[in-house]
Design a protein around this ligand. Sequence first.
Ligand SMILES: [Zn+2]
Length: 87
Amino acid sequence: MGQAKREMMDHEETVQGVIIKLMEAGAAEECEGHGYPINRGDDEAVEQVKIDLAKEYGKDEADELVDEAVSQLYDECPGCAQNAKDD
Ligand SMILES: [Zn+2]
């Protein structure tokens, strides 16, 4: 595996870890039925995760990682939306 590819995978893992932190902080929640990470729209909790991560990654990197993680959250669980459509 090339170095660039490995770095990309490390990055993906880091973003997944940030999503878990967002859940722990209450900025995101996992749909119990489908496991999708849902954005709770809690800006304060997002800000708190950025502050926490800044200690580890530095402010700029933390902001970037958290923004990327938030962009991967769903506004609405796709599984639940599908169920609602079927009703
Ligand atoms: Zn769901």
